[in-house]
Design a protein around this ligand. Structure first.
Ligand code: FAD
Length: 458
């Protein structure tokens, strides 16, 4: 019986799964449709300089992300912006990430005293519950039960929902406040991580190259079907650089956005509903470099308002203030995302220039569309999650990893990667809790049959 596990997708979830699979003594093979590592957290290189085209920042308390970094990185990181500005009624309002009196007063002057106080109360509540709030466990279920089916826009003063709270729905789910539940918002706020936030000086590309160097990664291999028979995974079909391929496989980790699952294998109607209940909203990320600095040390990150096609713009790094990451997200952006690069770039820059000047034309522009979107979890997320995992368990040899299981940040993806490997090596309830980095490796579990799958062992 082969030790092989096939992993579909070379994003952080897929390459993370390969890393943990090796620790469990398995032989991972990663099949990636595109010609690039990293998926939505990947990077590009232009003129010898690297730029992230999606996910970039991480928190100092992320156990798995930092655990992987420790094995090869010197630990010198770039810091994330200490503050941000938000466009409210056409004006920029500066807010410190840490709640300050000056910030509260500035906010109260723009949105009113009551909404500003409500905002601070919500942030305090999240911070107090941070230890308990997670994508797993009862807390999210309890929280969901305490809010009705209406979106957060219906529960909060308008000025708060379309201002500071929208800042989070757009940045964390590319969604509007009327598309997001309050419980999910609290979950997202709590899950981004405590401690300090950083990025890698050499960009995420450094991490992905390292992870890919540990295993067999096949770029340009698009999987078109996961074959199963009588509730067991049997193989993978796809298109590679030299033509179609068909591989026999009894262990597969699907590490793509959730909506790829029903495309790759037929699911029963209930399971398809559970997949459909978790929305993904599309967005685009544009990197642009200018001759002169766009931002200042005090102003390096801007959240835009609902009328703008821009969700968020920031300096690439606090010390690269001439280099801008434009995020086109939210309802106004969606109809524009398929426009050609030049037109999209013009729109982004025109929207930006309405609130802050740009110094002429950029000397470099790269537009990356994430049309598959980012996960926005939806209402009663915990119920959908349970249904998804129950559906997965009915297919022996299949494990799921991705942004929809433990949070759509890089740590959440890695937690799902570890859970997927543990599931395939026979651990019951592998998705029921988050874990620390397995420094000592992952022991093969007794009581698992030769294929290593729980379903077949039971
Ligand atoms: C603009 C933006 C900013 C973000 N900022 C942050 C941040 O600062 N910090 C943070 O932690 N997170 C951030 N995120 C979120 C984070 O990037 C994602 O949660 C994470 O990258 C998702 O990883 P994944 O491996 O689950 O999916 P993906 O990265 O989408 O990887 C899936 C891979 O599967 C491949 N694939 C799909 N279908 C097939 C197929 N049929 N066959 C073979 N391969 C296939 C895809 O090509 C892709 O490479 C951001 C995301 C975006 C878009």
């Amino acid at each position: 019986m082969s030790n092989r596990v096939y992993i579909i997708g070379a994003g952080i979830a897929g390459l993370g799964a390969a890393h943990f699979a090796r620790k469990a003594g398995l032989e991972p093979v990663v099949l990636e449709a595109s010609d690039r590592l990293g998926g939505r957290a990947g990077s590009i290189v232009h003129d010898g300089r690297s730029y992230e085209i999606g996910g970039k920042n991480f928190a100092s308390d992320w156990a798995l992300f930092n655990g992987i970094l420790r094995s090869f990185h010197d630990g010198v990181f770039d810091d994330q912006h200490p503050n941000f500005h938000i466009v409210i009624n056409g004006r920029l309002v500066g807010l410190e990430k840490k709640a300050t009196l000056a910030g509260s007063i500035a906010l109260a002057r723009r949105i009113g005293v009551r909404p500003a106080l409500r905002f601070r109360r919500l942030m305090r509540e999240v911070s107090e519950r941070r230890g308990q709030l997670g994508y797993v466990g009862e807390m999210i279920g309890d929280l969901e039960a305490s809010w009705d089916e209406r979106p957060l826009a219906a529960h909060m003063p308008r000025a708060l929902a379309t201002g500071p709270l929208r800042m989070f729905t757009v940045i964390m789910g590319a969604a509007e406040p009327d598309e997001f539940s309050l419980a999910t918002l609290m979950l997202l706020l709590a899950s981004f991580g405590k401690g300090s936030h950083h990025s890698l000086p050499q960009t995420t590309g450094h991490l992905f190259e390292r992870l890919a160097s540990e295993c067999d990664v096949r770029l340009g291999h698009r999987v078109t079907r996961i074959r199963d028979e009588r509730g067991c995974v049997r193989g993978i079909d796809g298109e590679g650089p030299t033509g179609p391929f068909a591989i026999d496989a009894d262990r597969v980790i699907l590490a793509t956005p959730l909506h790829r699952w029903p495309v790759l294998m037929p699911l029963d109607a209930g399971l398809e509903d559970a997949v459909g209940a978790i929305p993904y909203y599309p967005l685009a990320l544009m990197n642009a470099d200018y001759e002169r600095e766009v931002f200042t040390p005090d102003m390096n990150s801007i959240m835009f308002d609902p009328a703008s096609p821009l969700g968020h713009c920031s300096a690439n790094r606090t010390y690269r203030r001439h280099s801008v990451r434009f995020t086109l997200s939210g309802r106004m952006a969606r109809p524009l995302l398929r426009e050609d690069d030049a037109r999209l770039a013009d729109r982004a820059q025109a929207a930006f220039a309405r609130v802050h000047p740009l110094p002429g034309q950029p000397r470099f522009v790269h537009v990356e569309r994430h049309l598959g979107g980012i996960c926005a979890y939806g209402f009663h997320y915990s119920r959908s999650r349970r249904r998804l995992l129950a559906g997965m368990e009915r297919i022996a040899g299949l494990a799921l990893a991705g942004d929809y299981l433990f949070g759509h940040n890089m740590e959440g993806c890695l937690q799902s990667s570890l859970a997927a490997v543990l599931h395939l090596t026979g651990e019951r309830d592998a998705y029921a809790s988050t874990r620390g980095y397995p420094e000592q490796g992952l022991a093969a579990r007794p009581g698992v049959d030769a294929s290593g799958t729980l379903g077949q062992a039971a």
